[in-house]
Design a protein. Structure first.
Length: 260
């Protein structure tokens, strides 16, 4: 773990500024960060029921599912970057979560997990012309905070606000129309087959069988709502803690100031 931290510090960092002109969109890159505290304690539990209903429950014989997704791009100078929406700092959460991450830095974050890139044209409704439009969009992409746009929503926005990830199976089961925002529920075309590694890691057979979405791109995002509520709840608890300490300090100070 110490060696990993050192290596990450030695690698070029992510930047909110585009480092050059995008020449090629290599594909959609998925990541499962095996040792992520955020993924293990927040993201995966929130998505667990949806994944179970979609036929993607946890299996001891399979690696963990994707919990993050970005756009794998090549610049005009040959360097490869991942365009991704990050969460963590107040700036990313509230102002600008869009980052351009060098591919080697992105892969160093796998931490015992995995990453894989698949062509964008393996998604339903995406063809070569749309990929070219997306490349032009990436050269002018506007920024948004993470609390307003998670990683899957950013990818779909880049592709002209086309749906590329499934509706929430849980919401569908009770008759509600909600997006899910889960990288593990990619809407792969039924007629494509990926390389063996990608098929295994993404559980592509299940993804090809997912139903088409019935909600549009701007529909409420179930998991983003849950994560916002969790974020606000944490802020509320921290505020209560600070205020409690402040009141206790003032009360003790008042007692000490009383005349004998």
């Amino acid at each position: 773990m110490t060696e990993l931290i050192v290596n990450l510090k030695e690698l070029p960092p992510s930047s909110p500024k585009r480092p050059g002109r995008v020449q090629e969109l290599i594909g959609i890159i998925f990541q499962s960060d095996q040792k992520s505290v955020l993924g293990s304690w927040i993201i995966r539990p929130v998505e667990m029921l949806d994944r179970h209903l979609a036929g993607l429950g946890r299996s001891p014989d399979r690696p963990s599912l994707a919990m993050h997704v970005g756009l794998h791009a090549r610049l005009d100078d040959g360097r490869e970057f991942v365009v991704e929406q990050l969460v963590g700092t107040p700036f990313e959460d509230l102002v600008d979560g869009l980052n351009w991450t060098p591919l080697e830095t992105f892969r160093a974050r796998d931490r015992g997990g995995w990453d894989v890139t698949i062509p964008a044209t393996t998604f339903r409704g995406i063809d070569g012309a749309i990929v070219n439009e997306t490349i032009e969009f990436l050269n002018e992409i506007s920024v948004r905070p993470f609390l307003d746009e998670d990683c899957t929503t950013m990818v779909e926005r880049a592709f002209g606000k086309r749906r590329m990830f499934a509706d929430s199976p849980t919401a569908r089961a009770i008759g509600l129309g909600l997006r899910v925002g889960d990288p593990a529920l990619a809407l792969l075309r039924p007629d494509v087959r990926l390389d063996d590694r990608s098929e295994f890691l993404l559980r592509a057979d299940t993804l090809r069988a997912l139903p088409d979405p019935v909600t549009d791109w701007a529909a409420p995002n179930a998991h983003r709502i849950a994560k916002r509520a969790l974020f606000l709840g944490i802020i509320g608890l921290l505020s209560v803690g600070v205020l409690s300490r402040l009141f206790a300090f003032l009360k003790n100070g008042s007692k000490e100031a009383r005349p004998l």
